[in-house]
Design a protein around this ligand. Structure first.
Ligand code: PRT
Ligand code: MG
Length: 220
């Protein structure tokens, strides 16, 4: 299903925060300058210096959905979000190498993760990333009880809700502040450009130069 989107130009879906910050130089490389900052503005649709390009500001985890249905022609989303979404209907032409972090297993100080793995008993895993967590433990042949949370995963082992968590780590500061230890890295994470497959055919003259400018501006 594709929604009707009356805007004739291209609509780019972005989330506030770290993705937006790191996307500004990529937008500049494509000759796109937002008319205002989503951090200070409450507007959800932001015009740019180009009449044929607008931005829509959404929750990071909603980006694949907007692009899948064609409400946005393209967007930028973390690999974590893309895996959890499943990626249906999305073309993922460029790894932008921004908003980098890793998906890891972390445990409270004193929890012997290796022993728990060896024992093979059930462990309780709290995560927002249930698909990634399920696949990771299945690949290790471990039986786990998954507890879906929407945020503050670090709290779960501290109050006995779970034995371990699966969460994103960048500096490690959040884990340290909560006396948790990273015991296993599941995968490296970065954000990708995602494009609606139908839009890529219908609006190729508009989209292709933007995709190429983004690809050319990626830092290795
Ligand atoms: O916050 P909201 O619910 O709106 O959505 P979100 O958390 O998905 O969005 P946002 O903007 O926080 O993250 C957008 C994307 O940035 C994610 O999908 C990741 O791909 C990427 N990213 C990169 C991160 C981090 N680094 C990161 N450190 N996303 C989240 N974190 C969190 C992590 O979950 C943990 O709570 O930061 C904390 C750990 O950071 P350190 O530096 O203390 O280790
Ligand atoms: Mg967040």
């Amino acid at each position: 299903m594709t929604v009707s989107n009356t805007f004739n130009g291209i609509t780019l879906a972005l989330s506030k925060g770290r993705i937006f910050e790191e996307t500004l130089p990529l937008l500049a490389a494509a000759g796109i300058e937002p008319a205002e900052s989503p951090e200070s503005s409450r507007k959800l649709i932001i015009e740019t210096n180009r009449a044929d390009v607008r931005l829509v500001i959404i929750r990071a985890s909603d980006t694949p959905t907007y692009v899948q249905y064609g409400a946005a022609d393209l967007g930028i989303a973390g690999k974590d979000v893309l895996i959890e979404h499943g990626g249906t209907g999305l073309y993922q032409p460029v790894d932008l190498n921004i908003a980098k972090c890793r998906m890891s297993v972390a445990v409270p100080a004193g929890f012997d993760y290796e022993a728990a793995v060896q024992r093979g008993g059930r462990i309780r895993v709290a995560s927002k990333y249930v698909r990634i967590a399920r696949e990771h433990f299945a690949a290790k042949g471990m039986h786990v009880d998954l507890i879906k949370l929407y945020g503050s995963m670090e709290l779960a082992p501290l109050v006995g809700l779970a034995d371990v968590i699966v969460d994103l780590v960048s500096t490690g500061g959040t884990l340290r502040a909560n006396k948790l230890q990273e015991v296993e890295e599941i995968m490296q994470i970065s954000s990708r450009l995602v494009v609606n497959q139908a839009a890529l055919k219908m609006k190729r003259e508009l989209l292709q130069p933007v995709i190429e400018a983004f690809a050319g501006a990626v830092k290795s």
